[in-house]
Design a protein around this ligand. Structure first.
Ligand code: PLP
Length: 354
């Protein structure tokens, strides 16, 4: 498919790399592509960043038929710009599309067109330590229609946002709260798809956790409210004795690219790593027995987020003395080392942009 490029005539001033936050600034250009039943995906174009006009009846606005992704581009010390396993994000985008009745996109074209967009915006990729260019591919249903059915037209777009270090003050363990009445996802639902409604569904529990002084919610399964699923918008890992364990993918857990990378690296290091059901009771018992060594979340934003405290009802457990453990630290160093080109890439994950 052809990709046309229209350059912006009004380039914005670039921000100070040392003062970047998350998700507030956007680059000069975006990628757009449209779908219709007759023409399929077509009219791929890089053009100046701008609003998307929507009829008030646009189906996405009413029924949330949409999917998105989140990944980053990194600048290495030598100035090279690179992506981390972007093929995994486009595979997941298409898996989310299948669940949400959205026509899939060509993954090779998605990657090639993303590389072109980033090449055009390369001066927006920040270079200060731990900063990056956050990438948000999105698909939304565009039919102006109020009936409930899958849309016949869609817009695919990609926007780019320079983002700051996730840990400007260093790598500190977070406190997390188990929610017992609200659930994020249910069996047979859309939990494994990266679709907007999952994030709307998580807000109330997140607000309650913040009010109680906790950073994130530890989600239990939506059926028995017994098994651990995710932490905030991250996957969750535990170290029990010398084994790394994480909940198995069950349809309601988002299959994280960082999760997959943690599992692959741990196996590469010949460390025991197991995907299985993990109940909250098991974690509480392991803590009481002294065998729960570490807990941490994994995701693109934070990479690894150590968990120092878990509260469930009146039960409060402190993990590893509220300190970052050696497994979390080693994984963080290894993954960020690969992403920023400071360490070898033993599993071939890095994709250069230009
Ligand atoms: C609900 C949820 N779980 C887990 C993750 C972690 O996925 P990844 O490692 O691909 O960023 C994310 C972030 O994308 C998420 O939104």
């Amino acid at each position: 498919m052809d990709l046309s490029i229209t350059r912006s005539e009004n380039l914005k001033p670039k921000p100070n790399d040392a003062k970047l936050g998350f998700g507030t600034l956007f680059t000069d250009h975006m990628l757009n592509m449209d779908y219709s039943l007759e023409g399929g995906w077509q009219a791929a174009r890089i053009e100046p960043y701008g609003s998307i006009e929507m009829d008030p009846a646009t189906m996405f606005l009413h029924y949330g038929q949409g999917v998105f992704e989140g990944l980053k581009a990194y600048r290495t010390d030598s100035g090279q710009i690179q992506l981390f396993r972007p093929q995994e994000n486009f595979k997941r985008l298409n898996r989310s599309c299948r669940r949400m009745c959205i026509p899939e996109i060509d993954e090779d074209f998605a990657l090639e067109s993303l590389k072109q967009l980033i090449s055009l915006e390369k001066d927006w990729v920040p270079g200060a330590p731990e900063t990056s260019l956050y990438i948000r591919p999105t698909i939304v249903a565009m039919d102006p229609f109020l009936g409930v059915r899958a849309s016949h037209t869609y817009r695919y777009f990609v926007i780019l946002s320079p983002v700051g270090a996730y840990y400007p003050e260093g790598f500190n363990p977070v406190k997390i709260l188990v929610t017992s009445e609200l659930v994020r996802a249910v069996r047979g639902g859309v939990g494994e798809a990266k679709t907007p409604g999952n994030y709307a569904a998580s807000l109330l529990a997140g607000e309650r956790a913040h009010e109680a002084g906790y950073t994130q919610v530890l989600w239990l399964d939506g059926v028995e409210q017994k098994y651990l699923e995710e932490v905030g918008a991250m996957n969750i890992f535990f170290v029990i004795d010398d084994e790394i364990i994480t909940p198995e993918l069950n349809g309601s857990i988002l299959p994280g690219v960082t999760r997959k990378s943690v599992i692959a690296l741990a196996k590469h290091w010949n460390q025991k790593v197991t995907e299985r059901k993990i109940s909250l009771d098991e974690i509480i018992d392991a803590h009481a027995a002294g065998s729960l060594k570490e807990a941490f979340g994994s995701g693109t934003a934070a990479v690894i987020s150590p968990v120092g405290e878990i509260k469930s009802g009146d039960n409060v457990i402190t993990i590893n003395n509220n300190q970052t453990g050696p497994v979390a630290q080693k994984l963080y160093d290894a993954i960020t080392g690969i992403q920023y080109g400071k360490a070898e890439d033993p599993l071939g994950w890095v994709v250069p942009v230009a």
